[in-house]
Design a protein. Sequence first.
Length: 675
Amino acid sequence: MNTKLRPLLIAITAILASTPAIAEELQPVIVSADLRETAEQDIAASVDVKTQAELQDQGATHFDDVLLKTPNVNFSGQSSRARHILIRGMGERDEYTGAPNTSVGFAIDDIDFSGIGMAASLFDTKQVEVLRGPQNTRYGQSSLAGLINVQTNDPTPYEEGMAELTVGQDNLKEFGIMTSGPFSAKENAPQYRISIFKHGSDGFRNNETLDRTDTNGRDELNLRAKLRFTPNQDTKIDVSLIHADYDNGYDAWAADNSFTTLSNDPGKDTQLTNAGAVKVEWKGSPNYVLTSKTILTNSDMLYSYDDEWSAADWETYENGKHQHSYSQELRWTSTEQSRIFNDSTAWIAGVYASNLEAENTTEYYGTVSNTYSMKKIAGFGQLDFAMTPKATISAGLRIENDSSNFKNNLGEDYSPEETLWGANLSYSYKYNETNTAYIGITRGYKAGGFNPDQPAGTPSEQLSFDAETLMNYELGLKSNFAEHNLKTNITAFYMDRKNPQFDGNFWDGNWYFYTENLDSAQNYGIEANFDWQASKNLQLFGTVGLLRTEVTGTALHDSFELDGREQAHAPNYQANFGAKYRNTSGFYAQSDITAVDSFYFSNSHTKTSDAYLLVNARLGYETEDFELYLWGKNLTDNKYATRGFYFDLDWDGIKNQFVRLGDPRQLGVTARVYF
């Protein structure tokens, strides 16, 4: 066993074996990302759920704030927010081709933000669900590694409101306000919920050339509105609207790997998104519930950076994207009265269709523009067979046809089409009210694609790559020691990848980026968490993710041996442990520590990050009507890297390692008022 993992294995074993004292009851959590809403303790998958109370206790206002606290979830610091996310070591670290092909699904209120998850504000959020491992039968081809599902709060039949204000170092200013309630006092009157959240900060960089401190800053606005209509007792209509306007800087790199930059033309990382979803649930009869989801999105994005990170007048990389999409899903779900096979089996059946249109223009030693479209048509279903009151077998299948078209001003034209399928089979056994075990096998898939804008003479077989498939094997135990107010989950997994897709790059008078298939890859490990209400006032919590990865195959352009090496951005361990204390007098305190192991930065070189620890803490005073907190992030002011490169920046024939640093220590104050 890897010696770096042994202390964490010992720690998690001791925690799970501990005997707690009687205390306040922990509340059950329902996961909405499954095909049918399922209790977290009953779903046969490795799931991490952070509720609204947990998010507020941590002071999380963006998914960035909880990402590294989630077992085996990492990200690439290639943008102003965590847009490129990896689960269990699988995912993208950048996107230069203009033909998105994500491995991690990302949804906000059923709206697909895969690959553009910057707009993941957590203000007024009900919960964040992270499902690890392939979720293709649930979410299609963009969720080979897993699915992140953000559910914001629904409208309420009663009036409520909340306002929140935060100020802190780095010129941090945040303001949020929410109001919810019925439109009138009539029974079944339509309900509304509106939230507004504004974030501004300077970005922890001092640009010496321009004498500015805000070139890496963030200027973000999120507006959300939800409406709920119940025209009759059989019909419920939910309308969700999102407006996200992120006007962020991107000046994060320094030649001396510090927080002092020299760029004379600092970059931008912007996203303007307007999106809407209409969800209709209709009880057509005692035999089924019909759910319709109609979703529209429109996004404009700009990503740029100063190529040489200095005051020299060289090129600036700039990529502008415009994309809009439409999707429609119809899902039929059985009721208690319509179970089949002697009332033993619940069923779900559905169809899905979507269309994505995108336009991209890149300015970098010339202009490359392209248009891209992707059409998906899928059918899916699932059977849940209750063999006995304790034993359940679930089987799901999804068949998906993907067809795309890509054209650019270089004369390249690609129109691939393929039909892919995924399936899941699980067996769960509820030994008693405390312990539920499961074993599952899932076949995941990810579509193939193409590598545009390659140098002249590139062999035709290197201009495209094939679909990837994997077999995921999981064994899990979920326990709820109600008499001790302790919940634990532990999952062991093994993922066997065939034709795994890996990205690469090389220099040939210009930087070229591509995706290739290697022979095989394996990703395996353990994910565990516990939540223990140790006493009326004290709660302890923790998560651990252990991960090992391997690659088999020879890369196209690498100058070193990739075969047998671990995968990039796949740390061997991630852990988060903490405690929170809440007294009836109103005093509140919380502290937690996050540990992340070292990892390779890229598949194209052998440089690695350093392992690091992050310590956070909050002190507060809480009443029924208002809350006040003093908080600190990264209290030990640890320097850590979220992205790294190895190349010749100065054109002197000497390669050096360059890293993007994560945020340093930050202190602030948050006030929250309920009305």
